[in-house]
Design a protein around this ligand. Structure first.
Ligand SMILES: [Fe+2]
Length: 184
């Protein structure tokens, strides 16, 4: 049986803030394409990572809201200009590669070949470009990971890369590891 269509607007209502109707449609189309290719049967079961078994969809819901809220604050206080269409579209697509980077296995999860062989987020970045999403949005998607080979350079990509990491703390995981060095 084919999986039910995803209602992206019900999951992440901020998609409605994207002014460009064509971009909104493309974002929903990328979600649907990766969901159709995913081995998971329930979106809620896709984890942030095999070692971080927290629902990826909640991570996305939180960081899209955070990105919009923080961009508005920085715009108001610092006068920084953001392209909200690009920021929201990029945030919505940044972590949906996880739908195909991970697969359910027994009681847990494993990395798929896509997860093992390609840099994180590159799969969704390629699908997004193929479906016509602007390069600036693909930049947000493909540079957001600390392991990405290219650093974020636009205000939207730089802000989002921080907020993605901040949300890891938001749902209770510790991302800090410090090595104490004693000089004598
Ligand atoms: Fe990510």
């Amino acid at each position: 049986m084919a999986k039910a269509r995803l209602d992206v607007a019900a999951l992440v209502p901020e998609i409605r803030l994207i002014q460009d109707a064509e971009l909104r449609r493309m974002v929903a189309q990328v979600w649907q394409r990766l969901w159709d290719e995913s081995a998971f049967e329930r979106l809620e079961d896709v984890p942030v990572s095999p070692d971080t078994p927290y629902p990826n969809v909640r991570h996305i819901q939180a960081y899209v809201k955070t990105a919009v809220a923080v961009a508005r604050i920085y715009e108001e206080v610092h006068g920084t200009a953001y392209n909200y269409d690009h920021l929201i579209a990029g945030a919505l697509l940044a972590d949906i590669s996880k739908l195909v980077e991970h697969a359910p296995s027994g009681d847990g999860y494993v990395k798929t070949d896509i997860g093992r062989l390609l840099p994180h987020a590159s799969y969704a970045g390629h699908v997004a470009l193929e479906l016509g999403v602007p390069l600036e949005v693909a930049h947000i998607i493909m540079t957001h990971s600390p392991n990405a080979g290219t650093a974020p350079v636009t205000p939207e990509a730089q802000l989002f890369a921080w907020l993605d990491q901040a949300d890891i703390v938001g749902f209770g995981y510790d991302i800090w590891h410090r090595k104490v060095v004693h000089y004598q």
